[in-house]
Design a protein around this ligand. Sequence first.
Ligand SMILES: Cc1ncc(COP(=O)(O)O)c(C=O)c1O
Length: 443
Amino acid sequence: MSSAASIDLRDVRKQDLNHVWHPLMQYEGRSEDDLLVIVSADGCEITDSDGKTYLDAYGGIWNVNVGYGRDEIVEAVYEQMKTLPFYPMTQINVPAARLAARLAELSPGDLNHFYFVNSGSEANETAIKVARQYGRATHSGESRFKIICRYKGYHGFTMGAMSATGQVRRRAPFEPLAPGFIHVELPTADAHGADDIARVIEREGPDTVAAVLAEPVVGGGGVHVPPDDYFPALREVCDHYGCLLMFDEVITGFGRTGKLFAAEHWDVVPDVMTIAKGVSSGYLPLGACAVTEKVWSAFLGGADEGKEFAQVSTYGGHPACCAAALANIEILTRERLWENSEAVGAYLLARLKDLSSPLVKEVRGLGLMLAVELQNEDGTELDGERTKKFGGALRDAGVITGKMSHVMVGSEPVFTLASPLILTEEQADRIAGAFVTALRAIS
Ligand SMILES: Cc1ncc(COP(=O)(O)O)c(C=O)c1O
């Protein structure tokens, strides 16, 4: 465990307050002390400038799958930086080629071709463009450009990915967004979500729909696990109408839900899959858009046919990022971390379900992708103040979680958990204990 000596970072706090624009943060009324200054991390724990250690039950931001302090990744990056710090994808670099081949081995079905970018947003941006170009290439005379997505889904901050996002409060300030994105409700246990999508495709006109884009388990929108028959049925719907099924596995990939990829829970192979976050566990930024042989073949043609994919990213496929991802995947597969995610995730879920408080509305999730939704004692929605107090109490108890924010409307009292996949049962007990303490603090 690393312990940072108490560091005087008053200057840093001032510089931050005056000059750093943090995400999702209201600056009016903000003080220097609102946020922690995180100075080091090891395993599942992070340490702040006062030397206080917290259990990072959010895994950075759903992404530090192998945990902090993995020297193996750092050394791989160092070696790569010394040998070849950068070269663009206009030529071949060794780590990118090796990484793509490894990802092809590990990914579901024949998702064999990888376009590298720097983030999950860019991966989805790429997927949307792939779907539109694929639609044009394979259905001549039709204009297949519409992408069907779901409310509460999150796909990124860039204009295309934000247009696919179904979180009203995140979209509203930036409208109008890109045209051609249609949102449907998430499936519930008693509704036939895939049939709903089939109806929407019929109404929109099947020859206008390029793809359906979905997170296998919705993450930032509050952790929603679909009924088991949803994605197999949706696969059939997409095949029936000739549109692509695209999985956003940016959070769910690389062991988060107890399988290497969430698609494996239902034996469904998407036509397009986007990855980021856990592919490099945050050691360096990397994202990718993967396509099957069927999709790939639509991009093949003569030199003058214009079938190539006309997108270039300066840093996509950066050799150091790919080296980090390769070392990260080596750890993840050697330690079979999806198995720990499944086992300790089920243990933590059970502990949280035991909370038995009228303030807990629902506990849900899969693997180490969990959520605790709160309510008032009388079943009404917890207000913002009480939600904030609960989050503060968790932090005081030494546990950092995510908090769903800016999704739909209301105060959204959902606390999300996505710890590193190396979490132990003892650490899971600490998380559950912090929830008990925080519940007491707002009772
Ligand atoms: C499901 C999902 N897709 C895409 C993204 C966007 O990834 P990034 O923040 O790396 O651009 C996120 C980010 O949280 C995400 O949760």
